[in-house]
Design a protein around this ligand. Structure first.
Ligand code: FEO
Ligand code: CA
Ligand code: CA
Ligand code: CA
Length: 599
């Protein structure tokens, strides 16, 4: 009844106890089954995973590492769209110390990783990218369909096409590709999205880490690369592949940091880097069809003091006409957000020739604005945010939820209404209401839904509702999902024994009525892991979550003994076998005996 709906939580389940241990935990009455683990064969002829005999060739036929975004696209001929479809999964990055046996030694009490070899780098590159795999529910349990013609691995070597306004631009041309339209691979694919026309969006996030070397003296890209932190040298790929060494191939970094669109129904389709959506550390691209049929994509740039964006297609979505929608992402308007003190938000256009986005400021064309999206947004005076992560539109209430994970570098004199805490260790969530409920609007209003952290510590300034239990609060919101009842689910990155006395997990967060800002713990990950996904299928009977890098965390987990390296891991989830490393995995959650989740 109405009164109850306005006062009570919309989620019904018995909360999990927050804590830290070697296993994962889901609310009572639910099953959490591992569906896909790093190394699982994706094809009938793919080899079984053997951690001591891994090769790049095998890895290209197996599930990749560090599953992050999880999307689902029903098969057109499925009897029940929520029981048979394609699972699309990003493989964000690799943790070599957890992947390769024997490469860590302790020198003077400190762990040291062995120098990279080409074989190891090739495996890392093959473990990046994405997976498309057919799955189906049989008698209540989900299975992987290994003989599906749709199954596919995308890696850091897959050939891709660059499309849209920056395609072919001279700043995108390299020795290997003088057209500026062909690029190999996608990297650091964090969150993502599935478009209304059933394609898979992969966000290229921290691409700077894959480049090393020094730009030639006085190079014209120096200022551009500085704004993006390129090169960073986290990975050693550039020691074996010239394109990841900016001293040898100075334009290659301009070919990363884009949104990639993949047609999952053609396993030979060439993925497309859609330059119209800008170049930055893309977190995700969740979308919704606006009232007039244009499609709106919400985009976060995950860096301290970077921005919230949205892209509105020029053309309208044509329901049922897949071909007509296939190039919608090459034309449209990119906007960046300014959050004002009076509670209004203005979406400012990034269009060549408008305002300061002119040749005098070094933007010769729209291509320059897209290649240096951050500098263009700086000039427009966009609001510098506390690390924008996943952003999710909610079609049932017309609102948009923005995860801001943390920013410990914000100083007292840098706080503003939309980023109200200095040294923001635990992050917050902003709720936007677009003008007149129109997602394509150029303005709207906003408020802080929730400041995260431990509500029992006054200085933290957390704003969970008083009905939130000691298990229910969390820090560092990262990925999120809105289910078909319009309820918000938030997964986290950064909770640990030291930071919050708990692992990461998945929390159900009320947004409506008296229960607004009430949070409850539904699932938590093993020690050292991070929580990704999440996704609730339309019938609300299946949820997918992704567990990244269990056992990671090194010295951060003293209560679990030695640092978590392969020879002495703090957990061997999910196999719990001495001869198996810990493995990132996609987990499927269903209600025992069937039925809708948390209803
Ligand atoms: Fe890969 Fe922004 O988290
Ligand atoms: Ca993320
Ligand atoms: Ca999401
Ligand atoms: Ca993350």
């Amino acid at each position: 009844d109405q009164a109850k709906a306005e006062t009570g939580s919309r989620f019904s389940f018995t909360e999990v106890e927050a804590g830290v241990d070697a296993d994962h935990h889901v609310a009572e009455g639910y099953d959490a089954d591992v569906l896909l683990r790093w190394g699982d064969p994706l094809f009938v002829d793919a080899p079984e995973f053997d951690p001591n005999a891994q090769t790049a060739e095998k890895q290209r036929r197996q599930f990749g590492y560090n599953n992050d975004y999880v999307g689902y696209i029903p098969l057109p001929d499925a009897e029940d769209p929520s029981s048979h479809g394609l699972l699309v999964v990003n493989h964000e990055y690799t943790n070599e110390h957890l992947m390769f046996p024997g490469i860590v030694t302790i020198v003077d009490g400190k762990p040291q990783v062995a120098e990279a070899t080409q074989d190891r780098i090739d495996i890392e590159m093959a473990a990046h990218g994405g997976t498309i795999v057919e799955i189906r529910k049989v008698e209540g349990k989900w299975q992987v369909v290994k003989d599906s013609p749709y199954n596919r691995r995308i890696t850091a070597d897959t050939e891709m096409e660059i499309t849209g306004p920056a395609a072919g631009h001279h700043r995108l041309r390299t020795v290997a590709d003088e057209t500026g339209t062909k690029v190999l691979g996608t990297i650091n694919n964090c969150a993502g999205g599935v478009t209304p026309w059933g394609t898979y969006m992969m966000a290229e996030e921290n691409f700077h880490g894959y480049f090393l070397g020094e730009l030639p003296e006085g190079h014209t890209e120096a200022e551009n690369y500085k704004r993006y932190g390129v090169p960073d040298g986290t990975y050693d790929w550039g020691k074996f592949y010239d394109r990841f060494d900016v001293s040898k191939e100075p334009n290659e970094p301009n070919r990363f940091g884009w949104m990639v669109e993949v047609d999952p129904f053609d396993p030979n389709s060439v993925p497309r880097k859609r330059t119209a959506l800008g170049r930055f550390k893309h977190e995700g691209a969740e979308s919704i069809v606006a009232k007039d049929g244009r499609v709106v994509f919400y985009l976060g740039d995950d860096e301290r003091f970077d921005y919230v964006y949205k892209f509105v297609t020029a053309g309208a979505f044509a329901e049922g006409d897949r071909e007509a929608n296939m190039n919608l992402l090459d034309e449209g308007t990119l906007y960046v957000a300014r959050f004002d003190e009076d509670g209004s938000v203005t979406w400012m256009k990034l269009v060549h020739g408008e305002g300061p986005l002119t040749a005098e400021n070094g933007f010769e064309s729209q291509a320059d604005i897209l290649i240096e999206t951050r500098r263009a947004a700086d000039l427009l005076g966009a609001t510098k945010m506390d690390r924008p992560e996943d952003i999710e539109p909610n079609g049932t209430n017309g609102r948009v939820y923005v995860m801001l994970t943390n920013n410990t570098r914000r100083k007292e004199d840098q706080v503003d209404a939309a980023n109200p805490r200095a040294e923001n260790a635990f992050g917050h969530i902003i709720e936007i209401a677009e003008a007149e409920g129109d997602f394509a609007a150029e303005s709207g209003t906003w408020e802080v839904l929730l400041q995260c952290g431990d509500p029992s510590v006054a200085e933290v300034g957390a704003t969970f509702s008083t009905s939130t239990t000691e298990n229910g609060w969390f820090g560092m919101p990262d990925n999120c999902a809105v289910d078909s009842d319009g309820r918000l689910w938030v997964s986290t990155d950064g909770n640990s024994p030291k930071a919050t006395g708990r692992t990461d997990g998945l929390w159900a967060v009320d947004t409506e009525g008296e229960a607004r800002a009430t949070s409850k713990l539904f699932y938590r990950v093993p020690v050292g892991a991070e929580m990704c996904g999440p996704l609730v299928l339309d019938d609300m009977e299946t949820m997918f979550v992704a567990v990244q890098h269990p056992a990671d965390g090194g010295d951060d987990w003293p209560e679990f003994g030695r640092p978590s390296y392969y020879e002495d891991l703090s957990t061997r989830w999910p196999d719990f076998r001495d001869d198996m490393p810990t493995r990132p995995s996609v987990v499927v959650i269903t209600r025992q005996g069937g039925g809708k989740i948390a209803v």
